[in-house]
Write a protein that binds this ligand. Structure first.
Ligand code: C5P
Length: 240
């Protein structure tokens, strides 16, 4: 899948990082038609929010379930098959070879697309050293990207910094989805490898995932629309 297949308005995925389905739904109503794609992550899912997935789909929204699964292959395969029934488009698993292969098997025959998490965007090289890795962040992202391609999954989660090198490595077939998005001059929170929406799209991201910059904005709908404008600006630039 190439960039041109995805409508600009679909490229923004808002992370509904809220404690329960009621608050998440209130945010969805507040954002209205400014957002067509939502991510249900761990906070919301463990607060009973998985039930929102079919409701969002019924309301014409696309859904990304971000549970970052990682377990023995049998368990991952069965869990992915269960999640595939919810009607979501994307699901994340950690990009370890056994986990990727099991997730692909679990999603077989459904429309669920598996995304492999390469290295968290809140990590830098020193976090990898502390966790016992000998590879640099860039080396580890590249290794996991190749393993994800080998496993035949749909795409990768990575930071916008790595997107150009990884696109060159894996080609056009894998979707590149980038969290760690911050508006110019904004607080980073716990994210370390960040980019603006414009930078991320210009570097080849197919989708950007944005949580706090929308949820914590005084006017979330305005923030989402401003991000959509940046996406459109990046796509209109000659290098897009
Ligand atoms: O609030 P913020 O925009 O930092 O939220 C980013 C979202 O993307 C969070 O829901 C987080 O769990 C998710 N994410 C991430 N880094 C990854 C994978 C997912 O920040 N590598």
């Amino acid at each position: 899948m190439t960039l041109s297949c995805i409508a600009p308005s679909e490229k923004l995925i808002v992370a509904l990082d809220l404690p329960d389905a009621a608050q998440a739904w209130k945010m969805v109503e507040r954002l209205g038609d400014s957002v067509g794609f939502y991510k249900i992550g761990m906070e919301l899912a463990y607060g009973g929010g998985l039930e929102l997935a079919p409701e969002l789909t019924a309301a014409g929204k696309q859904v990304f379930i971000d549970l970052k699964l990682h377990d023995i292959g049998h368990t991952v395969e069965k869990a992915v098959a269960q999640i595939a029934r919810l009607g979501a488009r994307f699901l994340t698993v950690h990009a370890f070879p056994q986990t990727l292969a099991a997730a692909r098997r679990g999603a077989e025959g459904s429309s669920l697309q598996v995304l492999g998490v390469t290295v968290m965007t809140s990590y830098d090289d020193s976090d990898l050293v502390a966790a016992g890795y000998r590879l640099t962040l860039r080396e580890l992202v590249a290794l996991r990207a190749l393993q994800a391609k080998e496993a035949g999954i749909a795409g990768l989660i990575l930071s916008a910094d790595e997107a150009p090198a990884i696109r060159a490595l894996v080609g056009a077939d894998l979707l590149l989805v980038t969290p760690g998005i911050r508006l110019a001059g904004a607080a980073l929170g716990d994210q370390k490898r960040v980019a603006t929406p414009l930078e991320a799209i210009a570097r080849g991201a197919d989708f950007i995932v944005v949580g706090r910059p929308v949820l914590a904005a005084p006017e979330p709908r305005e923030a989402a629309l401003a991000i959509q404008r940046e996406i459109a600006e990046a796509l209109a630039s000659p290098n897009a």
